[in-house]
Design a protein around this ligand. Structure first.
Ligand SMILES: Nc1ncnc2c1ncn2[C@@H]1O[C@H](COP(=O)(O)OP(=O)(O)OP(=O)(O)O)[C@@H](O)[C@H]1O
Ligand SMILES: Nc1ccn([C@H]2C[C@H](O)[C@@H](COP(=O)(O)O)O2)c(=O)n1
Length: 220
């Protein structure tokens, strides 16, 4: 089957995971959620009692992490040292701690290395995160920045978490996390050659169609 590497970046709650997964299904590709990798190693570091303010200890923990992630868009599964953490990594305590790992440059280098290995092993893949269009796969066949207004992103995340989070919680988990994460990767403005899809006023299906159109425009 013809090679098709699609890179998708964007801020929290813009729809990267859900839209990329659906795009992968429609293009008969696999799907890589790189944010889940950052979340899994953060869960592991917290579980092991690693001091997240100790950069060397965090980097060691990430390098030693035995991480397995499903690339099947219809099977969400993340395991760390054999423990299934698929659900646990979505908990707010992980969302609030993950930037400590994501801003650790040695930890990033290790995860970027592993992400490139997965992409190299899967010629048809949609990979999404914060630095896929710029660092992990700048040579992808299609590169897309998926954005949405802060208001839309917080509303979507609130609905996704079943209305359990206060406005202040959502602000911390979405806007404050993006502010920290954007100190080490550029995902708020599209880099040269990267197409922007703004989903603020689009529903889910319209967003998938806009991404598919951007893929067609770039890969032909
Ligand atoms: N265009 C859209 N319109 C309405 N809801 C959407 C749209 N796109 C995604 N959603 C919903 O918004 C929520 C957040 O989407 P998703 O988890 O895919 O975002 P994300 O960018 O991957 O976030 P994060 O980076 O924090 O994991 C989900 O419940 C998803 O179904
Ligand atoms: N390529 C990536 C992917 C994710 N991150 C960071 C940013 C987030 O704080 C965290 C979790 O990602 P999410 O599940 O919310 O998409 O991981 C990153 O720095 N680079």
């Amino acid at each position: 089957m013809e090679r098709l590497v699609i890179a998708v970046d964007g801020p929290s709650g813009s729809g990267k995971s859900s839209v990329s997964k659906e795009t992968a299904r429609r293009l008969d590709a696999v799907y890589l959620d790189t944010g889940a990798m950052y979340r899994a190693v953060t869960w592991h570091a917290l579980d092991a009692g690693t001091d997240l303010s100790d950069a060397a200890a965090v980097a060691d923990a990430v390098r030693a992490a035995d991480l397995e992630i499903s690339t099947d868009p219809d099977l969400e599964s993340v395991k760390i040292h054999g423990t299934d953490v698929t659900e646990a990594i979505r908990e707010p305590f992980v969302s609030e701690a993950v930037s400590a790992v994501a801003t650790n440059l040695e930890a990033r280098a290790e995860l970027v290395r592993r992400q490139r290995e997965i992409i190299a092993a899967n010629p048809r893949i949609v990979a999404e995160g914060r630095d896929i269009t710029t660092v992990v796969a700048p040579d992808a066949d299609a590169r897309i920045l998926l954005t949405a207004s802060e208001e839309a992103r917080m509303r979507r995340r609130g609905l996704q978490l079943g209305g359990t989070q206060s406005a202040q919680d959502l602000q911390r988990q979405v806007v404050a996390r993006d502010a920290k994460d954007s100190t080490v990767s550029s995902f708020l403005i599209a880099s040269d050659g990267v197409a922007t899809v703004d989903s603020s006023d689009l529903d889910f299906e319209e967003t998938v169609q806009a991404v598919l159109a951007a893929v067609t425009a770039q890969s032909n």
